[in-house]
Design a protein around this ligand. Structure first.
Ligand code: SAM
Ligand code: DTB
Ligand code: SF4
Length: 331
Protein backbone atom coordinates (compact mmCIF):
# COMPACT_ATOMS: atom_id res chain seq x y z
CA UNK A 1 0.00 0.00 0.00
CA UNK A 2 1.19 3.46 -0.83
CA UNK A 3 1.86 6.00 1.91
CA UNK A 4 -1.02 8.50 2.01
CA UNK A 5 -0.78 12.20 2.78
CA UNK A 6 -4.45 12.97 2.23
CA UNK A 7 -6.10 11.46 5.31
CA UNK A 8 -9.31 13.24 6.24
CA UNK A 9 -10.43 13.96 9.82
CA UNK A 10 -13.40 11.59 9.28
CA UNK A 11 -11.12 8.73 8.28
CA UNK A 12 -8.79 9.37 11.20
CA UNK A 13 -11.75 9.52 13.61
CA UNK A 14 -13.02 6.19 12.35
CA UNK A 15 -9.63 4.61 13.01
CA UNK A 16 -9.29 6.28 16.44
CA UNK A 17 -12.73 4.97 17.47
CA UNK A 18 -12.14 1.36 16.36
CA UNK A 19 -12.85 -1.08 19.23
CA UNK A 20 -9.67 -1.25 21.30
CA UNK A 21 -8.47 -4.81 20.63
CA UNK A 22 -9.27 -4.59 16.93
CA UNK A 23 -7.37 -1.27 16.74
CA UNK A 24 -4.28 -2.80 18.34
CA UNK A 25 -4.48 -5.83 16.07
CA UNK A 26 -4.66 -3.65 12.96
CA UNK A 27 -1.85 -1.37 14.10
CA UNK A 28 0.37 -4.31 15.08
CA UNK A 29 -0.22 -5.87 11.64
CA UNK A 30 0.52 -2.63 9.77
CA UNK A 31 3.65 -2.16 11.87
CA UNK A 32 4.94 -5.58 10.80
CA UNK A 33 4.27 -4.86 7.12
CA UNK A 34 6.54 -1.82 7.22
CA UNK A 35 9.02 -2.22 10.07
CA UNK A 36 10.99 -4.73 12.10
CA UNK A 37 8.72 -4.86 15.16
CA UNK A 38 11.45 -6.27 17.42
CA UNK A 39 13.49 -3.08 17.08
CA UNK A 40 12.95 -0.08 19.32
CA UNK A 41 15.04 3.06 18.93
CA UNK A 42 16.71 4.42 22.06
CA UNK A 43 17.04 8.17 21.94
CA UNK A 44 18.81 10.18 24.65
CA UNK A 45 17.82 13.72 25.53
CA UNK A 46 20.02 16.45 26.92
CA UNK A 47 18.92 19.92 27.90
CA UNK A 48 21.88 21.98 26.65
CA UNK A 49 20.25 25.28 27.65
CA UNK A 50 17.76 25.02 30.48
CA UNK A 51 15.04 27.41 31.63
CA UNK A 52 14.39 31.12 31.24
CA UNK A 53 12.35 30.70 28.04
CA UNK A 54 10.31 33.74 26.93
CA UNK A 55 7.43 31.62 25.52
CA UNK A 56 4.24 30.87 27.48
CA UNK A 57 3.63 27.17 26.65
CA UNK A 58 1.22 26.21 29.46
CA UNK A 59 2.73 22.77 29.97
CA UNK A 60 6.36 23.78 30.19
CA UNK A 61 8.42 24.09 33.36
CA UNK A 62 11.11 26.02 31.45
CA UNK A 63 8.97 29.07 30.66
CA UNK A 64 10.45 32.01 32.59
CA UNK A 65 7.03 33.39 33.54
CA UNK A 66 6.03 30.36 35.65
CA UNK A 67 7.42 29.78 39.14
CA UNK A 68 8.76 26.22 38.88
CA UNK A 69 11.74 24.46 40.42
CA UNK A 70 13.68 24.74 37.12
CA UNK A 71 16.53 27.26 37.30
CA UNK A 72 17.74 29.15 34.29
CA UNK A 73 21.21 28.05 33.19
CA UNK A 74 23.58 29.20 30.42
CA UNK A 75 24.38 27.08 27.34
CA UNK A 76 26.47 24.03 28.28
CA UNK A 77 30.11 23.58 27.22
CA UNK A 78 30.77 21.65 24.00
CA UNK A 79 33.02 19.12 25.72
CA UNK A 80 30.42 18.25 28.37
CA UNK A 81 27.76 17.73 25.72
CA UNK A 82 29.96 15.44 23.61
CA UNK A 83 30.90 13.45 26.73
CA UNK A 84 27.22 13.01 27.59
CA UNK A 85 26.56 11.78 24.04
CA UNK A 86 29.41 9.30 24.35
CA UNK A 87 27.89 7.91 27.55
CA UNK A 88 24.46 7.71 25.93
CA UNK A 89 25.94 5.76 23.03
CA UNK A 90 27.69 3.38 25.43
CA UNK A 91 24.37 2.57 27.08
CA UNK A 92 22.73 1.75 23.75
CA UNK A 93 21.30 5.00 22.38
CA UNK A 94 21.63 5.54 18.64
CA UNK A 95 20.10 9.02 18.61
CA UNK A 96 21.08 12.04 20.71
CA UNK A 97 18.70 14.96 20.98
CA UNK A 98 19.89 18.35 22.23
CA UNK A 99 17.17 20.66 23.54
CA UNK A 100 17.32 24.38 24.25
CA UNK A 101 14.73 26.53 26.02
CA UNK A 102 14.77 29.09 23.24
CA UNK A 103 11.90 30.73 21.34
CA UNK A 104 14.12 30.80 18.25
CA UNK A 105 17.77 30.58 17.26
CA UNK A 106 19.71 33.82 17.17
CA UNK A 107 22.76 34.19 14.94
CA UNK A 108 25.25 34.62 17.76
CA UNK A 109 28.10 32.82 19.49
CA UNK A 110 25.70 30.41 21.19
CA UNK A 111 24.52 29.19 17.78
CA UNK A 112 28.15 28.66 16.69
CA UNK A 113 28.68 26.66 19.87
CA UNK A 114 25.64 24.49 19.11
CA UNK A 115 27.05 23.84 15.61
CA UNK A 116 30.26 22.66 17.25
CA UNK A 117 28.28 20.34 19.53
CA UNK A 118 26.50 18.93 16.47
CA UNK A 119 29.82 18.23 14.72
CA UNK A 120 31.16 16.55 17.85
CA UNK A 121 28.14 14.26 18.35
CA UNK A 122 27.88 13.47 14.64
CA UNK A 123 31.48 12.29 14.71
CA UNK A 124 30.43 9.62 17.23
CA UNK A 125 28.24 8.04 14.54
CA UNK A 126 24.98 8.87 16.32
CA UNK A 127 21.87 10.36 14.74
CA UNK A 128 21.99 13.98 15.88
CA UNK A 129 18.67 15.63 16.70
CA UNK A 130 18.17 19.22 17.81
CA UNK A 131 15.19 21.04 19.25
CA UNK A 132 16.07 24.71 19.49
CA UNK A 133 12.82 26.54 18.74
CA UNK A 134 12.03 28.36 15.51
CA UNK A 135 14.66 28.41 12.74
CA UNK A 136 15.03 30.27 9.44
CA UNK A 137 15.96 28.59 6.15
CA UNK A 138 19.58 29.78 6.51
CA UNK A 139 19.88 28.51 10.08
CA UNK A 140 18.37 25.18 9.02
CA UNK A 141 20.99 24.98 6.27
CA UNK A 142 23.80 25.57 8.78
CA UNK A 143 22.45 22.91 11.12
CA UNK A 144 22.15 20.42 8.28
CA UNK A 145 25.69 21.16 7.09
CA UNK A 146 27.04 20.63 10.61
CA UNK A 147 25.45 17.16 10.62
CA UNK A 148 21.99 17.43 12.18
CA UNK A 149 20.00 14.38 11.11
CA UNK A 150 16.61 15.37 12.55
CA UNK A 151 15.04 18.59 13.75
CA UNK A 152 12.40 18.25 16.48
CA UNK A 153 9.58 20.76 16.41
CA UNK A 154 6.28 19.50 17.79
CA UNK A 155 2.91 20.77 16.60
CA UNK A 156 1.87 19.77 20.14
CA UNK A 157 -1.93 19.83 19.63
CA UNK A 158 -4.58 20.70 17.04
CA UNK A 159 -4.57 23.99 15.18
CA UNK A 160 -7.88 24.89 16.88
CA UNK A 161 -6.68 24.27 20.44
CA UNK A 162 -3.21 25.81 19.97
CA UNK A 163 -4.04 29.30 21.29
CA UNK A 164 -5.52 27.82 24.49
CA UNK A 165 -2.06 26.40 25.26
CA UNK A 166 0.41 28.88 23.75
CA UNK A 167 -0.22 32.53 22.89
CA UNK A 168 3.31 33.74 22.11
CA UNK A 169 3.47 32.07 18.68
CA UNK A 170 1.09 30.64 16.10
CA UNK A 171 0.51 27.20 14.64
CA UNK A 172 1.69 28.58 11.29
CA UNK A 173 5.05 29.55 12.83
CA UNK A 174 5.45 25.92 13.85
CA UNK A 175 4.65 24.67 10.32
CA UNK A 176 7.04 27.23 8.82
CA UNK A 177 9.98 25.93 10.87
CA UNK A 178 9.08 22.35 9.96
CA UNK A 179 9.15 23.41 6.28
CA UNK A 180 12.52 25.15 6.73
CA UNK A 181 14.01 22.02 8.28
CA UNK A 182 12.70 19.88 5.42
CA UNK A 183 14.01 22.26 2.75
CA UNK A 184 17.48 22.03 4.27
CA UNK A 185 17.37 18.24 4.00
CA UNK A 186 16.99 17.44 7.69
CA UNK A 187 14.41 14.86 8.63
CA UNK A 188 11.63 16.14 10.83
CA UNK A 189 10.63 14.88 14.23
CA UNK A 190 7.20 16.24 15.11
CA UNK A 191 4.42 15.09 17.37
CA UNK A 192 2.59 16.38 20.36
CA UNK A 193 1.23 16.06 23.86
CA UNK A 194 -2.01 14.57 25.12
CA UNK A 195 -3.55 15.45 28.46
CA UNK A 196 -3.62 19.23 27.92
CA UNK A 197 -7.40 19.34 28.37
CA UNK A 198 -7.96 18.85 24.64
CA UNK A 199 -10.96 16.99 23.19
CA UNK A 200 -10.83 13.82 21.13
CA UNK A 201 -11.42 16.04 18.07
CA UNK A 202 -8.23 17.97 18.92
CA UNK A 203 -6.23 14.74 19.04
CA UNK A 204 -7.66 13.79 15.66
CA UNK A 205 -6.85 17.31 14.42
CA UNK A 206 -3.24 16.96 15.52
CA UNK A 207 -2.90 13.59 13.76
CA UNK A 208 -4.55 15.14 10.70
CA UNK A 209 -1.88 17.89 10.56
CA UNK A 210 0.98 15.42 10.99
CA UNK A 211 -0.34 12.86 8.50
CA UNK A 212 -0.93 15.53 5.83
CA UNK A 213 2.71 16.65 5.91
CA UNK A 214 4.52 15.45 2.81
CA UNK A 215 6.80 13.67 3.55
CA UNK A 216 5.47 12.46 6.89
CA UNK A 217 7.68 13.31 9.85
CA UNK A 218 10.44 10.73 10.07
CA UNK A 219 9.60 10.47 13.77
CA UNK A 220 6.49 11.28 15.76
CA UNK A 221 6.83 11.69 19.52
CA UNK A 222 3.62 11.10 21.47
CA UNK A 223 4.02 12.68 24.91
CA UNK A 224 1.69 12.30 27.88
CA UNK A 225 1.66 15.58 29.77
CA UNK A 226 4.00 15.58 32.76
CA UNK A 227 2.15 18.00 35.02
CA UNK A 228 4.72 20.26 36.71
CA UNK A 229 4.05 22.40 39.75
CA UNK A 230 3.98 26.08 38.94
CA UNK A 231 2.76 25.65 35.34
CA UNK A 232 -0.86 26.45 34.42
CA UNK A 233 -1.47 22.75 33.67
CA UNK A 234 -0.07 21.43 36.97
CA UNK A 235 -3.49 20.14 38.11
CA UNK A 236 -4.31 18.21 34.95
CA UNK A 237 -5.29 14.57 35.40
CA UNK A 238 -2.83 11.96 34.15
CA UNK A 239 -3.62 10.50 30.73
CA UNK A 240 -5.15 6.99 30.89
CA UNK A 241 -2.91 4.46 29.17
CA UNK A 242 -5.80 3.45 26.89
CA UNK A 243 -5.70 6.87 25.29
CA UNK A 244 -1.96 6.77 24.83
CA UNK A 245 -2.33 3.39 23.08
CA UNK A 246 -5.14 4.72 20.85
CA UNK A 247 -2.99 7.67 19.79
CA UNK A 248 0.00 5.45 19.03
CA UNK A 249 -2.07 2.88 17.13
CA UNK A 250 -3.81 5.55 15.04
CA UNK A 251 -0.50 7.27 14.29
CA UNK A 252 0.97 3.90 13.23
CA UNK A 253 -1.94 3.17 10.89
CA UNK A 254 -1.86 6.53 9.11
CA UNK A 255 1.95 7.01 9.10
CA UNK A 256 3.09 3.39 8.75
CA UNK A 257 6.80 4.00 8.21
CA UNK A 258 7.31 6.75 10.81
CA UNK A 259 9.22 6.09 13.99
CA UNK A 260 6.53 6.51 16.66
CA UNK A 261 8.06 7.48 19.97
CA UNK A 262 6.47 6.63 23.31
CA UNK A 263 7.82 9.84 24.85
CA UNK A 264 7.16 11.74 28.10
CA UNK A 265 5.05 9.99 30.73
CA UNK A 266 6.72 6.58 30.97
CA UNK A 267 7.54 6.91 34.68
CA UNK A 268 3.79 6.61 35.35
CA UNK A 269 3.42 3.52 33.18
CA UNK A 270 3.88 -0.13 34.14
CA UNK A 271 5.83 -2.54 31.93
CA UNK A 272 2.49 -3.99 30.84
CA UNK A 273 1.28 -0.53 29.80
CA UNK A 274 4.43 0.05 27.80
CA UNK A 275 4.21 -3.41 26.22
CA UNK A 276 0.75 -2.48 24.91
CA UNK A 277 2.21 0.69 23.39
CA UNK A 278 4.93 -1.32 21.58
CA UNK A 279 2.31 -3.78 20.37
CA UNK A 280 0.27 -0.85 19.05
CA UNK A 281 3.26 0.24 16.98
CA UNK A 282 5.49 2.43 19.15
CA UNK A 283 9.10 1.80 18.12
CA UNK A 284 11.12 4.39 19.99
CA UNK A 285 11.61 5.65 23.53
CA UNK A 286 13.60 8.31 25.30
CA UNK A 287 16.29 6.50 27.25
CA UNK A 288 18.16 7.80 30.29
CA UNK A 289 16.98 8.81 33.73
CA UNK A 290 16.01 12.35 32.71
CA UNK A 291 13.97 13.85 29.88
CA UNK A 292 14.84 17.55 29.70
CA UNK A 293 14.03 18.57 33.28
CA UNK A 294 11.72 15.80 34.54
CA UNK A 295 12.45 12.16 35.46
CA UNK A 296 12.38 9.18 33.08
CA UNK A 297 12.79 5.45 33.90
CA UNK A 298 16.33 4.34 34.89
CA UNK A 299 18.54 2.75 32.22
CA UNK A 300 18.63 -0.63 33.94
CA UNK A 301 14.82 -0.72 34.16
CA UNK A 302 14.64 -0.16 30.41
CA UNK A 303 17.31 -2.77 29.71
CA UNK A 304 15.23 -5.24 31.72
CA UNK A 305 12.12 -4.24 29.81
CA UNK A 306 13.86 -4.84 26.47
CA UNK A 307 14.97 -8.28 27.66
CA UNK A 308 11.55 -9.20 28.98
CA UNK A 309 9.75 -8.11 25.80
CA UNK A 310 12.39 -9.45 23.38
CA UNK A 311 13.20 -6.02 21.99
CA UNK A 312 16.53 -4.92 20.53
CA UNK A 313 17.88 -1.38 20.14
CA UNK A 314 17.41 -0.06 16.61
CA UNK A 315 20.70 0.81 14.88
CA UNK A 316 21.44 4.39 13.79
CA UNK A 317 20.49 5.69 10.32
CA UNK A 318 18.02 2.88 9.54
CA UNK A 319 15.68 5.16 7.55
CA UNK A 320 18.36 7.19 5.87
CA UNK A 321 18.21 7.38 2.10
CA UNK A 322 21.68 8.89 1.76
CA UNK A 323 24.83 6.98 2.80
CA UNK A 324 25.75 7.02 6.48
CA UNK A 325 28.24 9.82 7.17
CA UNK A 326 31.70 8.57 7.95
CA UNK A 327 32.94 9.90 11.30
CA UNK A 328 36.41 10.28 9.80
CA UNK A 329 35.34 12.96 7.34
CA UNK A 330 33.82 15.14 10.06
CA UNK A 331 36.31 17.52 11.66
N1 SAM B 1 11.92 25.26 23.03
C1 SAM B 1 11.82 24.36 21.96
C2 SAM B 1 10.41 24.17 21.47
O1 SAM B 1 9.46 24.36 22.25
O2 SAM B 1 10.24 23.75 20.34
C3 SAM B 1 12.43 22.99 22.25
C4 SAM B 1 12.27 22.38 23.62
S1 SAM B 1 10.60 22.02 24.15
C5 SAM B 1 10.82 21.65 25.84
C6 SAM B 1 10.26 20.50 23.32
C7 SAM B 1 8.94 19.83 23.55
O3 SAM B 1 8.86 19.27 24.86
C8 SAM B 1 7.67 20.64 23.47
O4 SAM B 1 7.27 20.90 22.16
C9 SAM B 1 6.67 19.73 24.16
O5 SAM B 1 6.06 18.88 23.23
C10 SAM B 1 7.54 18.90 25.11
N2 SAM B 1 7.20 19.19 26.53
C11 SAM B 1 7.58 20.26 27.24
N3 SAM B 1 7.10 20.21 28.50
C12 SAM B 1 6.39 19.05 28.60
C13 SAM B 1 5.65 18.43 29.63
N4 SAM B 1 5.52 19.00 30.83
N5 SAM B 1 5.05 17.24 29.38
C14 SAM B 1 5.18 16.66 28.16
N6 SAM B 1 5.87 17.20 27.14
C15 SAM B 1 6.46 18.38 27.34
C1 DTB C 1 9.50 15.51 22.76
O1 DTB C 1 8.51 15.35 22.03
N1 DTB C 1 9.50 15.29 24.05
C2 DTB C 1 10.82 15.62 24.62
C3 DTB C 1 11.63 16.03 23.37
N2 DTB C 1 10.66 15.94 22.32
C4 DTB C 1 12.36 17.29 23.34
C5 DTB C 1 10.73 16.57 25.73
C6 DTB C 1 9.81 16.14 26.85
C7 DTB C 1 9.94 17.13 27.95
C8 DTB C 1 9.19 16.75 29.18
C9 DTB C 1 9.31 17.78 30.23
C10 DTB C 1 10.71 18.02 30.71
O2 DTB C 1 11.45 17.05 31.01
O3 DTB C 1 11.08 19.20 30.86
FE1 SF4 D 1 10.11 27.46 25.70
FE2 SF4 D 1 9.99 25.17 24.33
FE3 SF4 D 1 9.19 25.28 26.92
FE4 SF4 D 1 7.71 26.47 25.06
S1 SF4 D 1 8.16 24.27 25.21
S2 SF4 D 1 8.34 27.35 27.04
S3 SF4 D 1 9.30 27.20 23.63
S4 SF4 D 1 11.26 25.59 26.15
Amino acid sequence: MTIRHDWTPDEIREIYETPFLELIYQAASKHREHNDASEVQMCSLLSIKTGGCPEDCSYCPQAARYQTSVKSEPLMDVEDVVNAAQQAKASGSSRFCMGAAWRQIRNNRDFDKVLEMVRGVNALGMEVCCTLGMITEEQAQKLAEAGVYAYNHNVDTSEGYYDKIITTRRYDDRLKTIGNAQKAGMSVCSGGIIGLGETQEDRIGMLYTLSNLNPHPESVPINALVPVEGTPLSEQDRVPVWEMVRMIATARLIMPKAVIRLSAGRTEMSLEDQALCFLAGANSIFAGDKLLTTPNPEANQDHQMFKLLGLTPRPAFKNRSQPTPSPSVVS
